[in-house]
Design a protein around this ligand. Structure first.
Ligand code: MSP
Length: 686
């Protein structure tokens, strides 16, 4: 039977659109999930959204919509949570929303069970409450009188409430944290002990009466369940605990790991195990508290206005490049500073220079010297096979020296083979230890070794006398392809789509893309037929892209500002414009003279239009996914021509083309408004 592996991300607050910090956490969990699937395990990867609480109730009110409409828009709406995970190629097996009916009724049962077993009792809450964090604090926990998590003001709160006997579990929790490997990394254990256990655990207020957007306590109307009790339970309700929607609680629980950001470790490492102890259920095996991505030295947050939009970065540089950057640059477990410069630098150095060059040089050389087909028999020598076999299960290449004694001139070959054959073992230890950044470091050591191997062997010199050096040259090529294949397998959890392309380029069939074959040097058939394809990771012009990024981020922020209220919602009062407002907008008929894709943009098309103005007008429109540019030449469309010009991807756009959006095939499709050929260009619409 396959090993099971259940892992989770925190469920996200849909109070604002998600930023790169949230993306970091989910990409990391996805990478780990993909790693376990690569190993053939039975993986359950859960993510979702945590949709109740006062903050959402307040935001919805401000937006003039119901809380459910508000969260629906951010979770399911355009560029919302689900869209972002789809874009980032997140492979979650399940998505829970805490407003799902099955979850709500399960929470009522969970709350009642803890009440009935005496762990929840009624009392009066008096203390401090941080609304944005949905957290209660005691006076002694405040830092300078403010919320210790976010530094914002807290308010006095007093109300009749239910309490959970957290204090009863204090010793057991201390034991769990101090004497097991439940919480990782160790620094988080120290934080929990110093900040929460040493001062003494107090009972926790677990119901509220001052707002209604939550799961009602069914046996005491007027109370809603504290949002963290509701949220934490998602990890079991999503498997069918106290509900009939799912039926795999017995199979997947306990979770192998909950991956969470450091500020919510307290909830996962203290409150959650205490709740499970109260329910008599097994505890998750591990909680891992990762660090934050910082911007300008502080945590990203919408309210501070220092967020980075993952959509912009993914669309500009590619999803895999962004995923890779997040995992390669920041040690998982400590804070790291995000910057666009670091992103571009990593793409250029690791992906374009090291990996991209290795693939393109090798495949190009096989094409040039062997017409794209290596001669049979160029695979591993008996010595290399022996070396690989011995090195496979060791993290070092100590056998290389023994074998080298047989033939000292083959040092580069032996080094490459030993490093490649031992890589999976080292990588596995790093991934199992939740250190994906270290696993990547190891993979890149091999990539760098392979590039050095090219320089050492100077294939272009060998190729000058193919008759004499042909077999050696073919063997060098084989070794390069084989090292690349092993790296490709181990990079698949990080960059799934790009690695598919890599395998196609080096000619590696599916059966040698497996976890098993990553430790089998010589698996690639010696008759593999590599083909030089598109550049996997094009080099980025740092200066130019930085400028463009800045402009795009500013434009996105400006565009988002007036739309604080979600776009799909019904305004409470319809907003009318006057006829004079309407008359300000100038629409004209425009004939498409030329149309082409904007380089490096997936969406933008550049139009040259005859608007009856004597000279052609340039307009950019983000419709490439709906139209091939050449099909639009000669068409008559409608353009708004008095819109303020703006630059996109360094090109000026002088207006906007008008289109209609239509629901089609389960998605939205955009149709340019086109006119009959009989209508000439340059006519104003009124
Ligand atoms: N809803 C709670 C989680 C409930 S889990 C039972 C929550 N949601 S959140 O949307 O605010 O945060 C979700 C995750 O994103 C947290 O793990 C948080 O640490 C992470 N991040 C938010 N900003 C981040 C950074 N700037 N950097 C890294 N991770 C960050 O908390």
């Amino acid at each position: 039977m396959k090993d099971k592996f259940y892992l989770t991300t925190p469920i996200y607050y849909p109070s604002d659109k998600l930023h790169i910090g949230h993306t970091y956490c989910t990409v990391a969990t996805d990478t780990i999930a993909r790693y376990h699937r690569l190993r053939g395990e039975d993986v359950m990867f859960l993510t979702g959204t945590d949709e109740h609480g006062q903050k959402i109730e307040t935001k919805a009110k401000e937006a003039g919509v119901t809380p459910k409409q508000f969260v629906d828009n951010i979770v399911e709406g355009p560029r919302g949570v689900k869209d972002l995970w789809k874009l980032m190629n997140i492979s979650n097996d399940r998505f829970i929303r805490t407003t799902d009916d099955y979850h709500v009724s399960a929470i009522q049962k969970i709350f009642k069970r803890m009440y009935e077993n005496g762990d929840i009792y009624k009392g009066t809450y008096q203390g401090k409450y941080c609304t944005p964090c949905e957290s209660f604090w005691t006076e002694s926990q405040l830092v300078d009188g403010k919320c210790p998590d976010c530094g914002r003001e807290v308010t006095d709160a007093q109300e009749e409430a239910y309490f959970f006997r957290l204090s009863k579990y204090a010793d057991k929790i201390r034991d769990l944290l101090e004497h097991t490997d439940f919480l990782q990394p160790q620094s988080r254990v120290n934080e929990m002990v110093k900040n929460f256990l040493d001062p003494g655990l107090e009972d926790l207020c677990v119901s509220r009466t001052s707002f209604t957007w939550g799961v009602p306590v069914d046996f005491d109307p007027g109370h809603v369940v504290y949002v963290w009790v509701d949220a934490l339970s998602n990890y079991i309700t999503a498997l069918g605990y106290e509900n009939d929607r799912y039926h795999d609680y017995g199979h997947y629980w306990p979770a192998d790991v909950h991956i969470v950001g450091k500020e919510i470790v307290r909830f996962h490492a203290i409150i959650w195990p205490a709740m499970l102890m109260s329910l008599g259920e097994p505890l998750p095996k591990h909680v891992f508290g990762h660090g934050w991505l910082l911007l300008d030295g502080g945590k990203m947050s919408k309210s501070k206005g220092n967020v980075v939009d993952p959509y912009i970065l993914a669309e500009k540089f590619g999803v895999d490049a962004l995923r890779f950057f997040l995992m390669r640059t920041f040690p998982f477990g400590t804070d790291g500073s995000f910057s666009n410069e670091a992103l571009i630098q990593t793409i250029n150095t690791d992906l374009a220079n090291d990996l991209g060059n290795l693939v393109s040089r090798t495949t190009a050389m096989v094409g040039k010297y062997f017409g794209g087909k290596l001669p049979a028999g160029c695979g591993p020598t008996p010595g290399e096979k022996k070396l690989a076999e011995k090195t496979r299960n060791r993290a070092d290449n100590c056998f290389a020296t023994t074998i080298l004694a047989e033939d000292p001139t083959r040092q580069p070959d032996f080094e490459l083979v030993a490093q490649a054959a031992g890589l999976r073992k080292t990588y596995e230890a790093m991934m199992d230890g939740l250190a994906p950044h270290k696993a990547l470091e190891e993979v890149f050591k091999l990539i760098q070794r392979a590039n050095k191997y090219i320089d050492e062997n100077k294939p272009w010199i060998l190729a000058k006398d193919l008759e004499a050096n042909g077999p050696r040259l073919a063997h060098v090529m084989y070794n390069l392809l084989e090292a690349t294949r092993i790296c490709g397998i181990l990079l698949t959890p990080f960059m799934p789509e790009s690695m598919e392309k890599l395998f196609a380029q080096i000619g590696a069939p599916a059966e040698v893309q497996t976890w098993e074959s990553a430790a089998e040097w010589g698996s690639l058939p010696d008759t593999a037929q590599p083909t030089k394809g598109e550049n996997l990771f094009p080099r980025i012009d740092m200066e130019k892209e930085l400028k463009e990024l800045e402009a795009m981020e500013q434009a996105a922020q400006a565009a988002a500002a007036p739309q604080e209220a979600p776009a799909a919602q019904e305004p409470v009062q319809p907003e009318f414009i006057t006829i004079d407002d309407f008359a300000k907008v100038k629409f004209v008929t425009a004939k498409v003279l030329a149309c082409e894709a904007v380089p490096k943009s997936k969406k933008l098309l550049k139009f040259s239009l005859d608007c009856g103005e004597g000279a052609p007008r340039q307009i950019l429109s983000g419709i490439h996914e709906y139209y091939e540019p050449e099909t639009l030449v000669g068409k008559t469309v409608v353009a708004c021509v008095n819109l303020k010009p703006r630059k996109m991807m360094g090109l000026e756009s002088n207006g906007m083309l008008i289109s209609a959006v239509k629901e089609e095939d389960g998605g939205e499709k955009l149709h340019l408004l086109m006119l009959d050929d009989a209508i000439p260009a340059g006519y104003e619409l009124c």
